[in-house]
Design a protein around this ligand. Structure first.
Ligand code: NAG
Ligand code: NAG
Ligand code: NAG
Ligand code: NAG
Ligand code: NAG
Ligand code: NAG
Length: 592
């Protein structure tokens, strides 16, 4: 740490009382650290050590939820929760960026910010809907002076401007108040609306809870202004707490294209995703949406709640999808927060990234979704190195050389050969992949695996973030059970103990199972590595895990990338491609 950093750290410590306090029942996440909220960092002193090269970030300060993603007149719009004044949550506005390619982003003025009685104390998350004949309409949560959460709408001032620079919040807001028994302190994040041709009404959802029951309320409207709550919520689930950022959309059975949110036809399933405030992770179910009764029923093949499927088993929250009609695909945006402390964020001057947008499709099994980085990201690929037919014996690791592994896209296909040596799966871990991963990390010898990538590593593995598989066998069926882990525990030498100035660093491992039969012995792993982000896609996107890590030595040119095997069964790298990733030319320069 430089002397000036130490001085500013000391200053900060004098300024702040580090303990954070909750306001008026606002949920755990909207942590208010008053003294840091408006402690801005000038651009010159923003720390670049762990900033990303090709992920979406403004030049400084705090960001959280992606809001209202859409495409309009060929331009992509991304809004996001942003604190223009500091690197912790507070002063939230809807920052607005536009792009022609989802790679290069231009920052515009914030689109929505507190200014009217119906949002004077907050302009929180929401969604955009393209309403035929009207253009895009944003629905968002406003916070009133008495801290009630209500739903508002905003419309573009000039529909002929593809950038939609100016937004108007009409005076007939709000459109929905919590005055029919809803909890006004837990009532937010309206979804994109969809149109029901049969009854000529729009529908949208608002996340909520009643005591500990998670709820997605549904509202109907003919004119997109007067909204009426339907008799019953579209779905609820006991003991899951507040449902933040619900997302509800159809997916196609069989076709490899996305569907418009209003699509109502055969061969579809619906997806209901919620962000559970109690766990700070996101869960989804696949199911059937009864458009007459306005009820959603999960299929029942996977649990509805936090034993269920996740969009990403790592650091990924408050996500939102939109239908991109220019390429007939559904795209998912999600936010990853920092794993370091608020004090460190204020010192480094920034916090939060939007992860690489992912396409969303129904898996051919019909039992889960699959996710894949949008194809545009491949345009940033530079120098390529390859490895083919490399057998890795137990305890061996091979370095992927000739690239700069702090900023790469790496895609590898392993062949595990025989499953004879696979360990027997203990069924008591069936819904506890993380416990299994914590028990059997990358350095615990196995039968088939652990094998995978060692990312952001020093050459001697003082620091490293392993992303790996471990293959078990089901004792009764003999079928493989594949565990995937991304482990930040050994990622940095920093933060093992807390001191006055730095909290103990959050270095979690994350894990999920991967539903593959390994009939041909093959399993793939793709990781997008970007300085402090490791975003990994197992088995072509069946299981996705994102980690945030802060190496001290495995940074810049000193970061290394390896493939490894710590299982007694040799595995083969059938093929590996790694590309240096370029920085987009434009990334929100001059964001206000
Ligand atoms: C609510 O808004 C008013 C007016 O902008 C402001 O003075 C006050 O500090 C805000 N309170 C909170 C808790 O955000
Ligand atoms: C708070 O504001 C909301 C929205 O204006 C209103 O409906 C509600 O009655 C107010 N509650 C109190 C306690 O003043
Ligand atoms: C309403 O939500 C707030 C914020 O989570 C919570 O503190 C309060 O207990 C809830 N009230 C009821 C009646 O559930
Ligand atoms: C593989 O196992 C050895 C022995 O436990 C350990 O030293 C090494 O760090 C492990 N590799 C990884 C990537 O964990
Ligand atoms: C294995 O790795 C974990 C971190 O993932 C570490 O806590 C543990 O000490 C390591 N064990 C050995 C024997 O190296
Ligand atoms: C991100 O930060 C870590 C460490 O502070 C918390 O434990 C997580 O709950 C948090 N995640 C979200 C989605 O807010």
């Amino acid at each position: 740490m430089s002397a000036s950093k130490i001085v500013s750290l000391l200053l900060l410590l004098v300024l702040i009382n580090i303990s954070s306090n909750d306001i008026n029942g606002v949920n755990a996440f909207h942590k208010v650290i008053k003294k840091m909220q408006s402690k801005s960092t000038s651009l010159e002193v923003v720390s670049h050590l762990h900033r990303t090269g090709f992920h979406f970030q403004p030049p400084r300060h705090w960001i959280n939820d992606p809001n209202g993603p859409m495409v309009y007149k060929g331009i992509y719009h991304l809004f996001y929760q942003y604190n223009p004044k500091g690197a912790v949550w507070g002063n939230i506005v809807w920052a607005h960026s536009v792009s022609k390619d989802l790679i290069n982003w231009e920052a515009l003025e914030p689109a929505i910010y507190p200014s009217k009685w119906f949002d004077i104390n907050g302009t929180w998350s929401g969604s955009a809907t393209n309403v035929p004949g009207k253009g895009p309409v944003i629905l968002y949560t406003g916070i009133t002076e008495n801290h009630t959460q209500i739903q508002n709408y905003a419309i573009p001032q000039d529909l002929s401007d593809p950038y939609l620079k100016k937004w108007i919040k009409p005076d007939d807001n709000p459109i929905v108040r919590p005055d029919h028994g809803e909890n006004g302190s837990a009532f937010r994040d309206p979804t994109t609306a969809w149109f029901n041709k049969k009854d000529g009404h729009w529908r949208m959802l608002v996340g909520s809870k009643n005591k500990r029951r998670g709820i997605a309320y549904m509202y109907k409207s003919r004119d997109f202004k007067k909204w009426v709550k339907t008799k019953r919520p579209v779905h609820t689930r006991k003991a899951t707490g507040m449902w933040e950022c619900p997302d509800f959309f159809p997916v196609s059975i069989g076709k490899k294209t996305g569907l418009d949110t209003s699509y109502d036809g055969p061969n579809t399933k619906h997806v209901l995703k919620v962000s559970l405030d109690l766990t700070r992770y996101e869960y989804y179910t696949l199911g059937t949406y009864d458009t007459k009764k306005d009820r959603y029923k999960p299929d029942g093949t996977t649990p509805d709640g936090w034993d269920g499927l996740r969009l990403d088993y790592g650091n990924f929250y408050a996500s939102k999808t939109f239908f991109d009609d220019t390429k007939n695909r559904r795209i998912l945006w999600g936010w990853a927060n920092e794993s370091d402390s608020a004090v460190e964020d204020t010192l480094k001057g920034w916090a939060g990234v939007q992860l690489i947008p992912r396409t969303v499709l129904l898996d051919s099994s019909g039992k889960q979704l699959v996710f894949w980085p949008i194809e545009e990201i491949e345009s940033l690929r530079g120098k390529n190195v390859q490895m083919n037919n490399q057998k890795i014996e137990m305890g061996q690791r091979f370095e992927v050389q000739g690239i700069t592994p702090a900023q790469v896209d790496v895609d590898v296909t392993f062949n595990v050969g025989s499953l004879d040596k696979a360990e027997t799966f203990d069924a008591s871990f069936a819904t506890k992949p993380l416990d299994l991963c914590n028990l059997k990390g990358s350095n615990v010898t196995g039968g088939v695996g652990p094998f995978g990538l060692i990312t952001l590593a020093t050459s001697d593995l003082q620091e490293y973030t392993p992303v790996f598989f471990r293959v078990f066998k089901d004792g009764t069926t003999n079928k493989p059970k594949v565990l995937m882990c991304s482990d930040a525990k050994p990622s940095t030498l920093k933060g093992d103990t807390g001191t006055d100035s730095t909290e103990k660093m959050y270095k979690p491992s994350f894990a999920g199972f991967v539903d593959v039969d390994l009939a041909d012995g093959k399993i793939s792993l793709r990781s997008l590595i970007d300085h402090s982000v490791v975003e990994s896609f197992g088995a072509k996107g069946k299981t996705v895990i994102t980690s945030r890590v802060y190496p001290t030595k495995a940074v810049g040119d000193n970061a290394h990338l390896f493939v490894f095997n710590n299982g007694s069964q040799p595995v083969t790298v059938e093929s590996l491609n790694a590309w240096n990733m370029q920085k987009p030319e434009k990334m929100n320069q001059g964001a206000k």
